[in-house]
Design a protein around this ligand. Sequence first.
Ligand SMILES: [Zn+2]
Length: 320
Amino acid sequence: MPEGPSVRRFHSVACMFVGEVVQRVTGRTRQVCPGLLVGLKLRECQVHGKKLYLGFTSGCSLESKGPEMVVAQSQERPVPALGPVLDTPSSQQVMDSALGEEEEEEAVGSSALSGQSPLTPQREDQWLQFHFGMFGSVRANGFSRAKRANKRGDWQDPPPRLVLYFPGGQFLVFYNCRICPCGSPPSSHTSDILCPEFDRDLALRALQLAQPICYTLLNQHLFSGLGNIIKNEVLYLSAIHPMSLGCLLDMEKLQILLDQVIQFSHEWLDNKAKGKGLKYHIYQRERCPEGHGVERAELGPPHGLQRATWWCPVCQPAVQ
Ligand SMILES: [Zn+2]
């Protein structure tokens, strides 16, 4: 699942097209009306934890694009809201909601999340929010190809959810993501683990909650961008059992955990920038680096999402 570092990379890819006007739109999304994006300028891209935001504005630079712009709509046309085509959930939307594995960890009450956009017709700036679920991705100027044949033996390429075409034959492709029209992205970055504004004191207080530390880490209100891989790895690197109650861990231990969250996330992001993979210490491993047998269980809050968790009972002893 794309976690904070992956979505930051998607953000870098999307940023290549800032300032360009959308010429043509294709894809299988029914969550936005593709035709309404044509002629809009990609004004800004933002990343917040695991979500990407693209801000569009009416194509005020259409003239400057010269004769290459042939599809864009007239500037006089009011900018309509980028709302869904259908009011009732489509099969695609149902599939999308299944992709949003960490929905229950996400903010509640956000208009952006509900998909009920506060957008009004003729609004100058319009935003789309992208949530990448389990397998979402973004590519520039290239499509994803089938890596294996399906059950019928067909080599079918993954269908893009949305493709934005820009001048010069360039395009931006989105796969396996849920797309919602939304208001402005959140202004606060204090919970984003990859942001310089990340509030360490606030995070330390959150880690002291009287609940298993592995639940707290995946709470996107508190640790935006932190996903299951980071959770498993930083708990191992800090020698903390995933079910340890935060309130029973001493401050020194929590400081170490917080250091690991920040360090691991940034190293992962740096690796991505260099095209390097990530070597896991405990995630999906049968043995820890010390050679001990690894335990695995689905762990999560009661009535909440249960996530695959790996830990070493020797290196990460339970705290009583
Ligand atoms: Zn071990």
